[in-house]
Ligand binder design. Structure first.
Ligand code: SF4
Length: 710
C-alpha cells in the first residue's frame, strides 16, 4: 500500500477583514486530497497563530453538501459552453440595444483580488461602463470616501501593531470583541502588558467590547459628527493642537475649526445624549494622550453621514498630529476578507483600477492604454443602492451577481426583489445551490470556494496575503476569474483576457499600479511585479506599498507628512451635523440598529452549516430595553411584529430578547438570518435604502420601526 501523502497548506481565513493566516494539514493528493485539521499560522503577522471561533470551525463548514456543481440555465443543467454562450450573447444584445450602461456586475468582498481585477477590467475597459459595484459598498465605502477627501487617496495609515503601541484606544461603532475577535484579543493583551493604556468605547449599545473599556460613551445613534467636532474645538481651546503639523502638512484648518465652534461641551452632551462630565473626560484624555488610535467600523460607515463621521475623526487626528507615528492614527477596519483588495483594483463603481480616478482624463487614458482596451468608462457607475433602483426602473437590463446574496444583505428588500424579478437577465455565480438571490437567477454558475480558490486578499492593515487552492473545485465548479475570462473571450476580447493563472493576473495588477506612477499614488506594487509563478505561490504576507525603496512593504503611512492630494497636504473637512434620514415618528417610534453576532457571518451560507456555530446564538432576536418591553406588554421570547414604512407586505417577525444594555427607545437585531435559516425577518425589510450622498453607503444603523405583539 502507498503511504499516505501528508502536506501542510497555508492560506487565509475567508471571514473577516482581520485576515488571519491559517495552516491546514492535508492528506492525499490530486482529486483525493482531504483537509484534516486546521490551526492559526504562527508566523502570520495578522494573528500569530490565533483564530476566533469562526476560523477554528472553518473545516466544519467546508463540505460539498448544498454546493452548486453544474451550470444551470432556467433551472436546467447545461454545460459551460452553453452557459457562457448565453451570458455573452445577452451582454452583447443588451449593449447593442440599450448601450453599455444597461449592463451591470454586482460583486463581493469575498472575491479574490485576481477575480476582482478581471471583472473590473471587463466592465470598465471592454464593455465600457462603470456599472460594477460590490457588497463592500455596504462595508467600508464611507471610510474610503473620507480617506480620499482627507488624504487624496484611499489610504489606511495604521497597522495592527499601532493598537498595541498606543496610549489611547478609541473604538467607535465597533463591537470588535465579536466582529474582529483576533484583533480584540491583541488589544486585551496590550492592555495586560501596559496598564497605562486607556480604552474608550463609543457605541449606543453596551457590547461585549465594553469589557475592555475605561469609559463607555453610550452615544445617541448618529451623533458622532457632533462628538468629534466638539473634540476638535476642545483641542483648540486647550492648547492641544499640533501647530507645526497643521502648518506644514495640512490645509483647511481655520474653516474647519470655525465650523466646530458651536460645539461646546454642553451642546455636544445634549446632542449626543451624554453628560458633560462624560464628554469632557473623553476629550481631556484624547488631548493629553501622547498617542491615540481611533478604531472604527460599521457603526461609523453604515450611515447617511458615514463619510462625514469618518472625516470628523480624521480631522481630530490631523489637528493633534496623531497620525503617521507609532500608536497613532484613524484606523477603519473592514468587515470582509478582501474589501481592500477590491478597492485596489477598482471594484467600486466610482473608481478606476490601481486607485486611479474615473473623473481624471489622464488616469482614464493611462488605464485604457495599459489594458489596450477599446474604451474606458468615462463616468462613475451605479453604486449598490442606486444599482438596484436602476434595475427596478428598467434602466439596467442585465446583472451578473458574484459571490454575494443581496436579497438578504441589501436594504429595501422589497425593491431588490422587485428589481431582480423584473430584470431581463440575472446571472448568479455562487457556491451554494440555494439562497434568496439564486431564486431570481436565469443563469446559475458554480464557482469555486474557499480552500479551492487561489489568489490574494488584502486585510484591514493593507497586508496582502495568499489564499491558496488546496482542494480541486467540486463537480464542474470553476474559479471566478476563469468564468469571467471565458465570457470575455466570447465577447471577442480573448487576447486581453488570456490568463493562464492568477499569478499572471496579479502580475498585471502589480505592473498597472507601478505604471507611470512617479510617486503620485501610494498604491504601488512595483516590488511585486515580475514574480515567477513559484515566487507568487510562496509570497509572504506584505503591506503595500512595495517598491524599490520599501521592498519589505510599509507598515505605516504618512511618516514623512506627505499626502497624496494635489498640494501634498492633508485636507481638513468642515462638517455640519446632520440628522439620520430614516427618522422616528409617532407611527414608527423605535430606532432600529443592526449588526453581527459573534459566531455568524454574512447571510450564513457557510456558518449556518454547522450546529457548533449556532450554540452561541441559535436564532435571530430583537434586543429591547426592559422598560420598552413593559410598555409594549411583551415578555422574553414573545414574538413581535416589526414594521417600517418600506417593509412591504411580507411579515417581519422576531422573538424578543430583553436586554438592559439597550438604550430606551432603541432596539437591535442581527443581520444574518432570513427565511433560509428559519427567521421571518431580514433586516433589509426594515431599512429603506437611505444612503450617504458622498459614499453611497447605505444606512444600516438607524432605521425607524414600530413594534407590536405578533
Ligand atoms: Fe477569521 Fe476574522 Fe476570526 Fe481571524 S478574526 S479567524 S479572519 S473570522
Amino acid at each position: 500500500a502507498q503511504p499516505p501523502v501528508r502536506s501542510l497548506g497555508q492560506t487565509t481565513c475567508p471571514y473577516c477583514g482581520v485576515g488571519c493566516g491559517v495552516d491546514i494539514s492535508c492528506n492525499g493528493s490530486g482529486r483525493s486530497i482531504s483537509l484534516e485539521s486546521l490551526t492559526g499560522t504562527p508566523e502570520h503577522p495578522a494573528n500569530f497563530g490565533r483564530l476566533c471561533v469562526k476560523g477554528t470551525h472553518l473545516l466544519d463548514t467546508n463540505d460539498t453538501t448544498q454546493r452548486l456543481l453544474y451550470p444551470q440555465l432556467n433551472g436546467e443543467r447545461v454545460d459551460w459552453d452553453q452557459a457562457t454562450d448565453f451570458v455573452a450573447d445577452k451582454i452583447r444584445q443588451v449593449v447593442a440595444e440599450h448601450g453599455p450602461d444597461a449592463v451591470a456586475f454586482y460583486v463581493s468582498g469575498q472575491l479574490l483580488t485576481e477575480d476582482y481585477y478581471v471583472a473590473n477590467k471587463l466592465m470598465k475597459g471592454f464593455i465600457g461602463s462603470a456599472n460594477i459595484d460590490t457588497n463592500s459598498r455596504l462595508c467600508m465605502s464611507s471610510a474610503v470616501a473620507a480617506y480620499k477627501r482627507a488624504f487624496g487617496e484611499d489610504l489606511v495609515p495604521c497597522n495592527y501593531e499601532d493598537l498595541e503601541q498606543t496610549d489611547l484606544l478609541v473604538l467607535v461603532g465597533s463591537n470588535a470583541a465579536w466582529t474582529h475577535p483576533v484583533l480584540f484579543q491583541r488589544m486585551e493583551r496590550a492592555r495586560l502588558r501596559n496598564p497605562a493604556l486607556k480604552v474608550v468605547v463609543i457605541d449606543p449599545r453596551q457590547t461585549e467590547t465594553c469589557a475592555l473599556a475605561d469609559w463607555h460613551l453610550a452615544i445617541k445613534p448618529g451623533s458622532d459628527v457632533a462628538l468629534f467636532n466638539g473634540l476638535l474645538r476642545y483641542l483648540g481651546d486647550h492648547q492641544a493642537l499640533d501647530a507645526d503639523f497643521i502648518e506644514t502638512a495640512t490645509e483647511g484648518f481655520a474653516a474647519t475649526l470655525a465650523a466646530c465652534m458651536p460645539w461646546d461641551l454642553e451642546s455636544v452632551a445634549s446632542c449626543c445624549g451624554l453628560s458633560v462630565a462624560e464628554v469632557e473626560s473623553f476629550y481631556r484624555r484624547f488631548a493629553q494622550s501622547p498617542s491615540a488610535v481611533t478604531f472604527f467600523s460599521m457603526g461609523v460607515n453604515q450611515s447617511t453621514s458615514g463619510t462625514d463621521k469618518a472625516n470628523a475623526i480624521i480631522n481630530c487626528h490631523l489637528a493633534s498630529g496623531k497620525i503617521g507615528k507609532p500608536g497613532s492614527g484613524p484606523f477603519s477596519i473592514t468587515g470582509q476578507p478582501n474589501a481592500m483588495g477590491g478597492r485596489e483594483v477598482g471594484g467600486l463603481a466610482n473608481m478606476l483600477a490601481a486607485h486611479m480616478d474615473i473623473e481624471n482624463p489622464v488616469h482614464r487614458e493611462r488605464v485604457q492604454t495599459f489594458w489596450n482596451a477599446p474604451t474606458v468608462a468615462e463616468k462613475g457607475g451605479y453604486k449598490a443602492v442606486d444599482l438596484f433602483q436602476a434595475i427596478d426602473e428598467g434602466k439596467v437590463k442585465f446583472v451578473w451577481i458574484m459571490a454575494t446574496n443581496p436579497v438578504v444583505s441589501m436594504p429595501n428588500r422589497a425593491q431588490v426583489e422587485r428589481a431582480l424579478a423584473r430584470c431581463d437577465t440575472v446571472v448568479v455565480s455562487d457556491i451554494v445551490t440555494h439562497n434568496d438571490t439564486l431564486k431570481f437567477a436565469h443563469v446559475a454558475l458554480p464557482a469555486s470556494g474557499w480552500s479551492e480558490k487561489n489568489g490574494t486578499v488584502t486585510n484591514s492593515e493593507r497586508r496582502i496575503s495568499r489564499q491558496r487552492g488546496l482542494l480541486p473545485p467540486p463537480g464542474e465548479a470553476r474559479h471566478d476569474w476563469q468564468i469571467i475570462c471565458e465570457v470575455a473571450a466570447k465577447l471577442g476580447f480573448a487576447e486581453a483576457f488570456d490568463y493562464a493563472s492568477p499569478a499572471q493576473i496579479f502580475d498585471e495588477h502589480a505592473c498597472l499600479t507601478a505604471w507611470q506612477n512617479n510617486g503620485e499614488r501610494a498604491l504601488n506594487l512595483s516590488g511585486l511585479a515580475g514574480l515567477s509563478p513559484q515566487q507568487y505561490d510562496r509570497l509572504k504576507p506584505v503591506q503595500w506599498p512595495v517598491t524599490e525603496s520599501t521592498p519589505q512593504g510599509c507598515a505605516r503611512l504618512f511618516e514623512n507628512k506627505r499626502f497624496f492630494t494635489a498640494s501634498r497636504k492633508a485636507q481638513f473637512i468642515a462638517l455640519e451635523v446632520l440628522s439620520p434620514r430614516q427618522l422616528t415618528s409617532a407611527a414608527y417610534p423605535y430606532v432600529l440598529n443592526s449588526g453581527r453576532m459573534r459566531d455568524q457571518w454574512h447571510t450564513m451560507t457557510r456558518t449556518g452549516k454547522t450546529s457548533k456555530l449556532l450554540q452561541h446564538t441559535a436564532q435571530a432576536q430583537l434586543a429591547i430595553h426592559p422598560q420598552d418591553s413593559l410598555a409594549l406588554g411583551v415578555v422574553s421570547n414573545e414574538l413581535v411584529t416589526l414594521k417600517a414604512h418600506c417593509s412591504g407586505n411580507a411579515p417581519v417577525i422576531l422573538p424578543v430578547k430583553i436586554d438592559p444594555r439597550q438604550r430606551r427607545g432603541e432596539v437591535f437585531a442581527p443581520i444574518h438570518w432570513s427565511a433560509t435559516w428559519g427567521s421571518h425577518c431580514t433586516l433589509g425589510q426594515l431599512f429603506d435604502g437611505s444612503h450617504d450622498p458622498v459614499s453611497g453607503q447605505p444606512e444600516l444603523k438607524h432605521g425607524a420601526i414600530r413594534i407590536a405583539p405578533a
